[in-house]
Design a protein around this ligand. Structure first.
Ligand SMILES: C[S@@+](CC[C@H](N)C(=O)[O-])C[C@H]1O[C@@H](n2cnc3c(N)ncnc32)[C@H](O)[C@@H]1O
Length: 118
């Protein structure tokens, strides 16, 4: 993992609240790129109203939304509850697709992953 990071471009880190920062950051994406908003184990720290605000923002963006959160964090998703309460639910554009362990230890697809629509 360390070798992979050494050769990867240095990520840009922006300080701030994710709901406040997202619109301006997303608008910086090049027009010919596919914007992907990804978060894991983050929205659980926001109150529900703020999570809903975030969801409304992401829905308005082009591209795709990949969330990896506990199933109670985005309660409007049509997602099964895992047997193991520690597992997170991976969702693509609000469609639950897999259970994951919180630090990437496991990934259990509900069905073979399909390619996202362009
Ligand atoms: C459990 S950590 C997960 C970090 C990383 N995604 C991971 O899986 O290793 C939660 C992170 O969410 C960040 N966070 C919580 N509330 C936030 C907010 N309103 N805006 C931006 N980041 C927030 C915290 O600073 C922390 O880095």
């Amino acid at each position: 993992a360390i070798e992979a990071v050494r050769t990867a471009p240095r990520p840009r880190i922006v300080r701030g609240d994710l709901v406040d920062e997202l619109p301006a950051l997303a608008s910086e994406a090049p027009g010919d790129a596919t914007l992907v908003v990804f978060h894991t184990a983050v929205l659980t720290y926001l109150p529900l109203a703020r999570r809903e605000e975030f969801a409304a923002l992401v829905r308005e963006l082009p591209g795709h939304w990949i969330s990896n959160e506990h199933h109670t964090v985005l309660p409007w998703l049509d997602a099964p509850a895992p047997d193991d309460e520690h597992l997170l639910t991976l969702a693509l554009d609000e469609r639950a697709v897999a259970f994951t362990a919180p630090h990437g230890q496991s990934l259990h697809w509900f069905a073979p992953p399909a390619a996202p629509a362009a």
